[in-house]
Design a protein around this ligand. Structure first.
Ligand code: GUN
Ligand code: ZN
Length: 448
């Protein structure tokens, strides 16, 4: 009867609370045979097939047997202009930036090139099951236009911004405090809340911005308090020392941003590996977020993020996972979760599969202040979701003997193996606002 409704039948996993603080029973929601009902691209209901199928008997159902449906992955830190320079050999952060990153980002002055890479980048995200990301563009406003035009065409919820940098970078990549302010303001007026798009004021990091540029960025944030602030923080020991020498009057790295008015609840800081106790406290009190980027931190040799400290009950900080491509080495949030697990192992701790998947979904949504909009299957939320195949490869099929778990313990084990062994091959389909946006070529859903 109702043509605006549609439904999906499969196994479903999402989170209704944070498994770092709440028990698994209170935080994990799982239906081994569930029904997800959508209306106009948003969630109307999720429950067991048995409970719901008679209520929605007239609604057409797409069935995914032996699959696991999750909310779309959320990547809380990534650089679209670095797509083509992923896997650059042999350097740590500061020399990696000057040797590889800056020359590559210079190419984004060309709008057509920026458009081509933005299109490829977004297709790559969807192929890996990522439906929302917080994205660095390049210093050129046209690189932001290119990105948002391509995101808009795909109806994606994306957050991005023009990079601000006015020193310690090649001339072809620098702006000034005034142009950075004016161009960012124009981009906010053009793109913030246009379709599903949101804007982030994006100083690259304290090393490449003058005091005056940071001050004007803070002024802009005060004028538009619902836009984001996105930057890097305390990624390497050398960088922390350089910031101390560039800002001798400040009381540490975070304080450089704080004095400029850049530390608040819409602020997202990538890395935060070398933070002091006072900085953990300040981030917690400000309700700012950290993007944990393990593949990048290992690849660039930056260090091991202290996730346990960030998630401690004393100084709880909102944490999401970031791929940080091209410092990071994969677009896959499954691979990123796998490396996050290994980072915790190197610290003598461990990350459960539910904690990892929380960080990749509802935790990311909370880090981006989007928990009222997406991140799980609560009614009214935007229906961005992915269909995973826990038995996608011959090895995964051997490891995961059955596709649908019948207990939370079995699900935890199956999810763990999917994280450790999985990548884009485990993503069978990606839906955006309830519409199919990517389909793994080897796969056809069964219409019931
Ligand atoms: N710090 C400043 N710029 C960058 C960047 O592009 N990537 C990473 N990983 N860290 C940064
Ligand atoms: Zn980065």
């Amino acid at each position: 009867i109702s043509v605006s409704l549609k439904a999906f039948r499969s196994a479903f996993l999402d989170f209704i609370d944070d498994p770092f603080y709440a028990s698994e029973a209170d935080s994990v929601r799982y239906f081994s045979d569930g029904l997800l009902v959508l209306e106009d691209g948003k969630v109307k209901a999720l429950g067991t097939y048995e409970d719901l199928h008679e209520i929605y008997a007239d609604v057409s159902v797409t069935t995914y047997p032996d699959r696991l449906i999750l909310p779309g992955f959320i990547d809380t830190h990534i650089h679209f202009p670095q797509t083509e320079m992923i896997a650059a050999f042999g350097e740590q952060l500061l020399t990696w930036l000057s040797k590889y990153t800056f020359p590559t980002e210079g190419k984004f002055k060309d709008k057509a090139y920026a458009q081509e890479i933005a299109s490829f980048f977004l297709d790559e995200l969807l192929k890996h099951g990522t439906t929302t990301a917080l994205v660095f563009a390049a210093v050129y406003p046209q690189s932001v236009d290119a990105f948002f035009e391509e995101a808009s065409r795909r109806h994606l919820r994306m957050i991005a911004g023009k990079v601000l940098m006015d020193r310690n970078a090649p001339d072809f990549l620098t702006d000034t405090p005034e142009t950075a302010y004016a161009e960012s303001k124009q981009l906010i007026e053009k793109w913030h809340k246009h379709d599903r798009l949101l804007y982030a004021i994006t100083p690259r990091f304290a090393v490449t911005s003058s005091d005056e540029q940071l001050r004007l960025a803070g002024k802009l944030l005060a004028e538009f308090p619902d836009v984001y602030m996105h930057t890097h923080l305390s990624e390497t020991v050398k960088e922390v020392a350089l910031v101390a020498s560039l800002f001798p009057e400040s009381d540490g790295y975070l304080d450089v941003y704080d004095r400029a008015g850049l530390v608040g609840s819409k602020s997202v800081f990538a890395h935060g590996i070398h933070l002091t106790e006072a900085e953990f406290q300040r981030l917690s009190e400000a309700q700012a977020a950290i993007a944990f980027c393990p593949t990048s931190n290992l690849f660039l040799g930056s260090g091991l993020f202290n996730l346990t400290k960030a998630k401690s009950a004393d100084t709880p900080i909102k944490v999401g996972l970031g791929t940080d491509v091209g410092g990071g080495t994969s677009f896959s949030m499954l691979e990123t979760a796998s490396e996050a697990y290994k980072v915790t192992q190197l610290r003598g701790e461990n990350l459960s599969s539910f904690q990892a998947l929380f960080l990749a979904t509802l935790g990311g949504a909370r880090a981006l202040s989007l928990e009222d909009t997406l991140g799980n299957f609560e009614p009214g939320k935007e229906a961005d979701f992915i269909v995973l195949d826990p038995r996608a490869t011959p090895l995964m099929a051997r490891r995961n003997a059955t596709a649908s778990a019948t207990s939370l313990a079995e699900l935890a084990d199956q999810a763990f193996a999917t994280i450790i062994l999985g990548d884009d091959r485990a993503v069978h389909a990606t839906y955006v606002m309830g519409e199919l946006a990517y389909k793994n070529k080897a796969y056809e859903p069964v219409a019931a």
